[in-house]
Ligand binder design. Sequence first.
Ligand SMILES: [Fe+2]
Length: 409
Amino acid sequence: MVPSSIRSPHRPDPPPGRPQARSLGFEAYSDPAVYADERARLFHPAVGPLFISHRSLLDGAGHAAGEADDRVLLTSEDGGTVRAFANVCTHAMRPLVASRERLSQACVTCPYHLWSFRRDGSFIGGPGMVLDPTQRDALGLREFPLVQWRGNFFAGAAAADEAFQRDLALVDGAFVSLGRSDWLDFADWRLIAAEEEVYQGDWKSFMEVYGDCYHVPPFHDGLASFADCDTLQWTFGDSVHLQALQLSAEQGRRSPNYRAWCDGLQRYYALRGEPEPKLAVIWSAFYPNLMIEFYNGLRVISVLVPQGPTAYLNRVRYYVPADMEALVPGLPATILAAYRETEVQDKALNESRHLGLARAQELGLDAATYLPNLSGPQPELGTVHFHTWWRRRMDWPAEGVGPASLPLP
Ligand SMILES: [Fe+2]
């Protein structure tokens, strides 16, 4: 018979006087009730701040379903105004635009009964309908607040709040401090690939891995020889964090793809007559589910789309400088291959967390589900920051080990 709880003898109490992380308990993961609460508190486009799409999604389109959330319809006026609406027809609640659909018609027309709406959400009419103006006004689409920052659209009342605006200013300031304010805007870069991958597990495990630089040296040979984890610099806001790493002196030598990335960058900057930036990457996270990765030579927008309590999609868009392929033929494909090499490794890391949580729970192990390493350069501080944010936003009790809030730098 398996005992109801087993305390592992290999889990010492954290030493006194050191910041102690309060990891989330088993009950926080893969639970339908918790997931429903997350949908209402963290993933609601009226609440926010919730990333919906990058501006490049609307290039050449008048309206589209949000890349990060297809419950949201984005429309773009000719003058450039972008609005967000519930992607639901007011006739009979059917979705107006399918997931990943981009349309260029002058108005939004429901495919089922041809009810039509202007891009400002107002109702035009439907076949055979005779309405007075008051009735017509009542049939407009439900609008959500929308904020644009650096080509990224965030929905929800909280997107305009002081806390989120302070976070965005903090990110701007961090890029200035790192000497790379020119990296933030990549509207003129070229989209070279867009894809999605299904992951098994709770979406939170992906954000945990993203805030964990601890696994990079042992688990990502190629990446660790491209970006030097000993140079890790953290920046923390209310609902964002950044990790900045310098290029490694190893020049990608532990992976042919990363080696070719480093060699290609040297040729690219030489041909442009520019000094090569010493920065390898700035990884940014915007909770709950957005990651924008600013690599030397590559930008990646990665957004998690939960599919329920035990599965999620990772939707990814890749951008390179518009002149890269012409100057160094094949370099964009090489960079993409290097990134995917790391992505495959990270998938194993993400899904093994799901497997391990389920196993530990089945075995009745009574232990913290996560013991982040906060010594030295504190390589898992991003994970701790995410857990702390999640507890606050979910209004979860401050039980477990550790203080109510962590003394973050
Ligand atoms: Fe990783």
